[in-house]
Design a binder for this molecule. Sequence first.
Ligand SMILES: CC(C)(COP(=O)(O)OP(=O)(O)OC[C@H]1O[C@@H](n2cnc3c(N)ncnc32)[C@H](O)[C@@H]1OP(=O)(O)O)[C@@H](O)C(=O)NCCC(=O)NCCS
Length: 177
Amino acid sequence: MTVSVRPACPDDVPALSDLAARTFPLACPPGLAAAAIDAFVAENLSEAAFAEYLRAPGHTVLVGLDKDGEVRAYALLVDGTGMDPECASVLTGLSTVGVSKFYVDPALHGLGVAGVLLDATVATARQAGASSLWLATNVDNARARTFYVRNGFVERGTRVFTVGGTENNDVVLEKPL
Ligand SMILES: CC(C)(COP(=O)(O)OP(=O)(O)OC[C@H]1O[C@@H](n2cnc3c(N)ncnc32)[C@H](O)[C@@H]1OP(=O)(O)O)[C@@H](O)C(=O)NCCC(=O)NCCS
């Protein structure tokens, strides 16, 4: 299974929001209340939120489409440290791009789709002149941490990330480009 990756367009918004709502819980720590997850999804992953990400300066949404044209993966990139300025102090890249969201349909985990999405993410960041990519993921998200480290991300520090009013501990990773 592979996907083709391209920048998202307004027609993708309903499918993006649906995939995002289905996959966000997979990145949450065990025990995080469903109400907190629901609140985060409603505020940040609605169709209105994705429509705004497509319009917002410094934001790029990439979509991965299967052979039938279905949205099966997506990434949201934010130039610089705009997604969490407090993380700037632990990053080493002079010019960086943040990966705010990076999600693959669970039916396609372990099949190389995430690698294709990451290749497109790297290419997008390089085109923008970035010298690194950075992101943060929950400390208990072992699958994602393994994937990122295998793909050249280095752990730089930690941060606190609030989901629906509940504070969670994230690890901050950076990949030199
Ligand atoms: C993170 C994500 C994009 C990675 O894609 P993927 O297709 O699952 O990645 P891969 O299977 O190539 O790599 C995952 C690695 O974790 C390993 N792994 C799987 N479950 C694991 C676990 N419970 N603990 C530790 N490692 C685990 C796999 O064996 C694999 O390692 P390997 O390639 O060395 O064998 C995907 O899992 C995903 O969308 N997860 C849900 C959303 C998410 O967490 N996104 C990141 C938010 S920042």
